[in-house]
Design a protein around this ligand. Structure first.
Ligand code: CA
Ligand code: CA
Ligand code: CA
Length: 288
């Protein structure tokens, strides 16, 4: 989130809005960013994310438990509560501002979320969706159909003990593996790839629409994962067949979200695409 980092700097320097926004001209987005960042004034600072709450009661189960976020400062976009306060996507061409920006490396490049002790259950189709804040860029038309995204790729793992994790064997399949290409087709089984239309406040959608990630055709977007996927269990620290089979049969307690390059170090992700912003995670079925 490079442009927004500049905004945060402006706030900390107590420059006025006009001085910060003038050069880049992104008035609405920047005004919204200021509203989200709120009034930073030392120890009295309260982030909007600290008071927002995730939706409940209709079959969209938001990961509402912050288990671990070593990079969180509680201020602005470095407040990890923004990753558990609900999903507030901004559509195909804008990124959500209700997000926690992770570090590019080290412990701050990961976050662990839970469902307040519940377990995400295996169900038909995708079992959960991860929302970063990607957005389509450039011209979209029939010969160039939504194939360019500003993305900050993530690797997703799940587990039951915060130590052993199973993942989906993410694969970057561009012919030149050393060149970054922003076409989602090459980013298989990563998150942080698909823009987000679902917004619990302004575009709540139906439950069926939320769990349809095809944003181009009316779904809510985000990146869905299925415990029944044949790739599940073929990656992840400490993943063995026992853990894989247990998770596939009985579900999982924790999700670990990491900036992709911290796990796959040879990925061609430069510094402009290496500070992912986590809006949140929703599951289709959770049981205590
Ligand atoms: Ca499933
Ligand atoms: Ca981002
Ligand atoms: Ca959020």
């Amino acid at each position: 989130m490079k442009s927004l980092r500049i905004i945060v700097s402006c706030v900390s320097l107590t420059l006025v809005l006009q001085n910060c926004g003038g050069s880049s001209g992104g008035g609405d987005a920047e005004a919204a960013a200021f509203a989200l960042i709120g009034n930073i004034s030392g120890s009295s600072y309260i982030s909007p994310c600290d008071t927002l709450t995730p939706e409940t009661g209709r079959g969209v189960f938001v990961a509402d438990e912050l288990v671990s976020a070593p990079g969180s400062t509680g201020i602005g976009y470095k407040n990890a509560n923004c990753a558990k306060d609900g999903i507030r996507g901004q559509g195909e061409f804008n990124g959500s501002l209700d997000v926690y920006t992770m570090g590019a490396s080290g412990s701050g490049a990961s976050i662990i979320l839970g469902w307040s002790g519940g377990k995400v259950q295996p169900s038909t189709g995708i079992d959960f969706i991860v929302y970063e804040n990607p957005f389509f860029i450039g011209v979209q038309n029939n010969s160039n159909p939504f194939n360019a995204v500003f993305m900050e790729p993530l690797i997703i793992e799940v587990g039951n003990d915060q130590t052993n994790w199973c993942g989906w064997n993410p694969a970057y399949t561009n012919a030149d593996p050393n060149t970054f290409v922003n076409n989602p087709t090459y980013w298989n089984r990563f998150a942080g790839i698909t823009p987000v239309a679902y917004n619990q406040d302004t575009n709540p959608m139906t439950v069926a629409e939320v769990f349809d990630t095809d944003i181009v055709n009316g779904g809510g977007g985000g990146d869905g994962f299925d415990l029944a996927d044949s790739n599940f269990g073929s990656s992840g620290t400490g993943c063995d067949s026992t853990l894989k089979n247990d998770i596939q049969a009985n579900g999982f307690t924790y999700i670990k979200i990491s900036a992709a390059k911290t796990i796959l170090s040879t990925l061609p992700i430069d510094s402009a695409h290496s500070n992912p912003d986590i809006d949140g995670v929703v599951a289709k079925s959770v049981s205590p």
